[in-house]
Design a protein around this ligand. Structure first.
Ligand code: NDP
Length: 364
């Protein structure tokens, strides 16, 4: 495994474990003796009752990536769904797939209005909802930044999943994780109705994380604008550094992309968690990852990379690792205790039991 890959794994640990977190929420029940880490509310199908939507007209506005999947899932869940689109190929497709399709403005008459339209277009929609209607967004963006403020209930069910997969995962029966929250509750039914929509699209099967629309929007944009460019920059620094150290470019690119190693590492993280996947790495790899991880705290990524590489090239790391072996691996044990602590193991175990494909809703 490459240093770049390992660093990403370690970085994910720092993201995954909210050490020192003080927000109010559930406390995970893992009985390992580990210090308890507060857990955010997670909704399951048992928290939602579809009958709160009995007799309500449900509008799906837009028939694109999310809209088509939502419309099909909501209909399969037994709700009275109608589609509202521009008069074009999307409307023809909705009609061909058995929906009554209308002009977008006609959604104003519906009781639940799900706008599956690009976020920047949502404020332009000619929709004036009834005061007792529920407007459901698939992203918090439009309300997070005050682009719309409709005079009705406003809820969010934001799939952590691409549009076509929202349908595929529904048909496979596994569902998907969502972020779910309420922006405005005029009627006192906003949460119950939003949960019902979340359940009907398949978004409560694995668990829905309670988030405000603003939290969801900030997180979503941060992944795109903070994390993704940083990861790209790290990869670029890594390529430049190793290339400058005389390693063939083809081999570096293979490590980063073509071999699928990074992909497999992330897959293991998803399937087993940070603590669980660590056992697949050799002791040399584990020691190298964990002993160098704190070097990046100062965030001079290229500088730290150069420093770590120079220790590899000079043989300093090999000498250090030999000394570690000769001493009976005291630092490796210390690092394992620190970086794969019982708190981390317990938090991951509990989170993975509560959220995702293996999530089992708590009894009752
Ligand atoms: P799409 O780009 O697939 O567009 C959806 C629909 O918007 C299409 O039916 C399109 O109609 C319609 N549309 C576009 N422009 C206009 C306009 N000016 N007037 C009227 N209708 C218009 O969107 P997505 O499905 O990707 O996104 C919808 C929502 O889901 C967004 O809030 C997004 O943030 C959220 N979301 C998206 C995810 C994703 O993976 N894509 C994941 C999670 C949430 P037509 O076909 O007629 O052009």
């Amino acid at each position: 495994m490459t240093a770049g890959t390992l660093d990403r794994v370690v970085t994910l640990l720092n993201v995954l474990v909210p050490v020192g977190r003080s927000a109010a929420g559930d406390v995970h029940p893992a009985g390992t003796g580990a210090e308890r880490i507060p857990m955010t509310k997670i909704y399951y199908e048992s928290d939602a009752d579809l009958s709160v939507l009995d007799g309500q007209r449900v509008a799906v506005v837009g028939y694109g990536n999310q809209g088509r999947s939502w419309a099909l899932n909501l209909r399969d869940a037994g709700l009275a769904v109608e589609v509202f689109t521009q008069a074009d190929a999307s409307r023809d497709q909705a009609a061909a797939e058995g929906f009554t399709a209308h002009e977008i403005g006609a959604a104003s008459e519906c009781d639940v209005i799900c706008t599956l339209i690009p976020d920047d277009v949502i404020p332009e929609l000619p929709i004036t909802p009834k005061p007792d209607a529920l407007w459901v967004l698939a992203s918090g963006y439009a309300v997070a930044f005050n682009r719309i403020d409709p005079n009705c209930d406003v809820g969010m069910v934001a799939p952590r999943m691409l549009g076509p997969e929202v349908r595929e995962c529904y048909l496979e029966g596994v569902g998907f994780i969502t972020a779910l929250g309420i922006q405005k509750d005029n009627t006192g039914t906003a949460l119950a109705r939003t949960l019902a929509i979340g359940r009907a699209i398949g978004g409560l099967r694995q668990g829905a994380i309670e988030m405000t629309p603003r939290q969801e929007a900030v997180l979503d944009l941060a992944v795109e604008q903070v994390l993704a460019p940083a990861m790209g920059r790290v990869s670029m620094s890594f390529v430049a550094l190793l290339s400058g150290a005389g390693i063939p470019l083809e081999a570096i690119i293979t490590e980063l992309m073509l071999s699928g190693e990074v992909e497999r590492s992330y897959r293991l993280l998803r399937l087993e968690g940070y603590a669980g996947q660590m056992r697949y790495h050799s002791p040399t790899s584990q020691y190298g990852q964990m002993s160098r991880a704190d070097r990046y705290d100062g965030l001079d990524v290229p500088g730290v990379m150069r420093e770590v590489l120079s220790e590899i090239e000079s043989g300093k790391f090999a000498d250090e690792w030999d000394a570690e072996r000769d001493a009976g691996y005291p630092n490796l044990e210390r690092l394992r205790a620190e970086k794969i602590s019982p708190e981390i193991v317990a938090f991951e175990k509990d989170l993975r039991a509560r959220l995702g494909e293996r999530a089992k809703p708590p009894a009752g």
